[in-house]
Design a binder for this molecule. Structure first.
Ligand SMILES: [Fe+2]
Length: 438
């Protein structure tokens, strides 16, 4: 029987990653993919600019891989394993790859090779990304990805990749370290490996650059703050699996926080765990140094800014963490300082297992802005809109969903279109706003 390349790729993908839902966006992606695609090996693309890309590969501890990268004409590219780790307690590890010498907005192919046999085990397509040529960006905003929701751990990511965002921003609970197990360093490592194996984010034929910051569950334990016993080891694990090293457009800040400067915007990923004081103790959410660094960087110029944080900013829901509720004095002080910055600011958060768009009254920053909360892509959810009432809420869904945000930077303004996409690949809500610094 003769099988076309497309047919072969569909068959191999279906057998290897257990795919059954015909008509899913994943199939068209497979048809476009690199010829060696099998989806066998979990791979993630991280910070990428016009000349470099960073990737991670989940490895099998006993059998290290070799790697090759080439362009569409078959020309090889420079690639370096710049960090890696395997631990005695578990059979899987991580390789961190740095690919350099890329041309702007070009396609490349990463091959994972069996060192002993020389055969190609898997192959993925990725692109370099020119960060400075335009002032609009499409990003996916995602939180709360429990690998125990096995069906949606597959289909939600196919839906997300089909939206073709420029980048994916994971803002917390990308790994549930503490689910059904004791909090130990060994379990944290195991849960990172298991989650990487189970989410189809990491099996996509064509990769999308993903930046991440953690919240409590990928930090290690529910609602933990700076006193968490395993925070140093946990940070190392998060950095290995999700971190990027400094490059043009990207700078690590404090904890697992970072700053991305791209597409006419600034994006600040805030670490809301490593330096966090106890809730309602009169302390700080980000710690003094991280907050000072943020304010210094925001005030450098008037570029439109996104602040991305695991916990919500402005809400005060009973039994949910938030900056306003748990660190009221710190939050009021922060808003007074943000009010003095020249550029418009939008807020992005996750954590609460529902999505909403909430208006932020001009009394806080001197102009109307919005908080976009995206949660959960696949985790425990309930219809909580009546329990958690919010008069400032303009849109809401409790279904599994993620946000696709189109943000355009203008002079003292940003135009934002947010869409919530659900498990049926349908729009749950759509919201448009202009944030203008007056
Ligand atoms: Fe969560």
């Amino acid at each position: 029987m003769k099988t076309s390349r497309r047919g072969f790729l569909q068959l191999s993908a279906s057998s290897i990653i257990g795919y059954s839902a015909l008509g899913s966006p994943l199939f068209s992606e497979i048809a476009e993919a690199a010829t060696g695609y099998t989806g066998q090996i979990p791979i993630c693309q991280h910070m990428t600019n016009s000349h470099s890309a960073q990737l991670t590969v989940l490895t099998n501890g006993s059998n290290p891989y070799a790697y090759k990268v080439y362009d569409a004409k078959g020309r090889p590219q420079a690639i370096q394993i710049w960090d890696h780790e395997i631990r005695k307690s578990y059979h899987q590890g991580i390789d961190k790859l740095y690919v350099s010498g890329l041309e702007p907005d070009n396609s490349y192919y990463l091959q994972v090779i069996d060192k002993d046999r020389g055969t190609v085990l898997d192959e993925r397509k990725f692109k370099s990304l020119k960060l400075s040529s335009r002032s609009n960006v499409r990003f996916a905003l995602v939180s709360c990805a429990s690998d125990f929701f096995t069906t949606h751990a597959r289909t939600m990511w196919d839906n997300l990749f089909a939206q073709k965002p420029d980048m994916i921003f994971l803002i917390g609970d990308a790994v549930y370290c503490d689910f059904r197990c004791a909090t130990t360093e060994e379990n944290i490592w195991r849960r990172y490996c298991e989650t990487r194996s189970r989410l189809r984010h990491f099996r996509q034929p064509s990769l999308i650059p993903t930046l991440a910051v953690w919240d409590d569950h990928d930090y290690g334990r529910n609602n933990m703050c700076k006193t968490f016993k395993y925070k140093v080891s946990s940070k190392r694990t998060f950095d290995l699996f999700f971190g990027s090293r400094n490059t043009d457009g990207f700078k690590r800040t404090m904890g697992v926080g970072s700053q991305l400067t791209a597409f006419g915007h600034k994006f600040f990923f805030l670490d809301d765990r490593y330096f966090r004081d106890e809730a309602q103790s009169g302390g700080m959410m980000w710690g003094g140094d991280q907050q000072e660094l943020l304010l210094e960087k925001i005030c450098e110029n008037s570029k439109p800014t996104w602040l991305l944080n695991g916990s919500q900013f402005f809400t005060g829901y009973h039994k949910q963490e938030s900056f306003a509720k748990d660190y009221g004095k710190n939050f009021a002080d922060l808003l007074t300082k943000l009010r003095k910055c020249d550029g418009p600011i939008a807020f992005a958060s996750g954590d609460v297992h529902f999505s909403e768009v909430s208006s932020v009254d001009p009394k806080y920053l001197g102009y109307r802005t919005y908080e976009y909360t995206s949660s959960a892509i696949h985790s425990i959810n309930f219809p909580v809109q009546l329990i958690y009432r919010n008069p400032r809420r303009e849109e809401f869904t409790w279904h599994h969903n993620f946000l696709i945000i189109d943000s355009t930077a203008g002079r003292n303004a940003m135009q934002i279109k947010a869409r919530s996409i659900n498990a049926r690949n349908k729009i749950e809500f759509s919201h448009q706003a202009v944030i203008r610094r007056t």
